[in-house]
Write a protein that binds this ligand. Structure first.
Ligand code: AMP
Length: 278
């Protein structure tokens, strides 16, 4: 399906065409019209499905041409678990929005682990689109750097990872600061019970989008557990490698010391092994 047939404006279609997106991915085909209509979305989607453009393009279209209020307001809030994802999504918004008519939409990215001051300065005058990790967002709110009272669209991206990384409490605190009347777009690769419950509580008559996992996501892997006495583990590993003539093997161990120890033992057995740790 083409992007223009999904109801996207010419400047957005031009930006994606220049990135050589010829057709919309299934999640884009399903989500874009739903987001443009202003509805909620419940999507089970993996990384690589094209989910970023599925929410970024229609959000840009809805914000474009409508000026934001003066003050430290944010119109679209994208909550993500990691700084890498935040930066990537910020880049995508800027890239897809580059041909939209003036005034240009302001996209900001904030995350922890770096100085808060430049982020506070940048938030002066608010932002149209704010991509944030929950902890730093709360810090900025505590510093009065922004208000969430005018958020019209909330995106939770990789919601399962937000939980897995221990952001449940921060997430709840952020959600309590948002206006009740808003559009919510919920993206997650998996739906363990806590994530499911959150989606149920946040979404109002959502468009449900379920993407079957691509074959690449479910490789043909056989898992096997072998019970072995601890002192024999490396010997067993060595025998397995030699017996099966495995040529590329990734071995996970519990400690930094063990990486060195196991690699050294394998090297002494004549295997070409290297250790890798943080
Ligand atoms: P995402 O799932 O959002 O992380 O996107 C995965 C990758 O697919 C990114 O590199 C996008 O630039 C790319 N992509 C997204 N939508 C399309 C599309 N319709 N056609 C081709 N590539 C795309």
């Amino acid at each position: 399906m083409s992007f223009s047939s999904l109801g996207l404006s010419a400047p957005l279609v031009r930006a994606v065409a220049e990135r050589n997106y010829t057709t919309a991915t299934p999640i884009q085909a399903a989500a874009i019209p739903a987001v443009l209509r202003g509805g909620d979305v419940w999507a089970s989607a993996q990384t690589g499905s094209g989910k970023t453009a599925a929410f970024a393009l229609p959000i840009l279209q809805r914000l474009s041409g409508v000026q934001r209020e003066r003050g430290r307001f944010v119109r679209a809030l994208i909550l993500v678990p990691t700084r890498e994802l935040a930066a990537q999504i910020g880049d995508a918004f800027r890239d897809y929005g580059r041909y939209l008519p003036e005034p240009a939409l302001k996209t900001l990215v904030v995350y922890g682990g770096v100085s808060i001051n430049p982020q506070m300065m940048a938030l002066g005058g608010g932002a149209d689109i704010l991509v944030a990790t929950p902890g730093r967002l709360l810090d900025l709110i505590a510093h009065n750097a922004l208000s969430l009272s005018a958020v019209a669209t909330l995106v939770l991206d990789e919601a399962d990872r937000l939980f897995a990384l221990g952001f449940a409490d921060e997430l709840a605190r952020v959600l309590a600061l948002l206006p009740a009347r808003r559009q919510t777009l919920f993206f997650s690769a998996t739906f363990p019970p806590a994530v499911w419950a959150l989606a149920e509580s946040l979404l109002h008559e959502p468009t449900r989008i379920e993407m079957p996992a691509a074959p690449a996501d479910t490789p043909d892997i056989v898992q096997r557990a072998i019970e072995v006495d601890a002192p024999q583990r490396t010997q067993l590993l060595r025998n397995l490698i030699e017996f099966h003539a495995w040529t590329r093997v990734l071995v996970f161990v519990a400690t930094k010391y063990a990486t060195e120890h196991v690699a050294e033992k394998l090297r002494r057995a004549g295997l070409d092994a290297a250790a890798l740790h943080g």
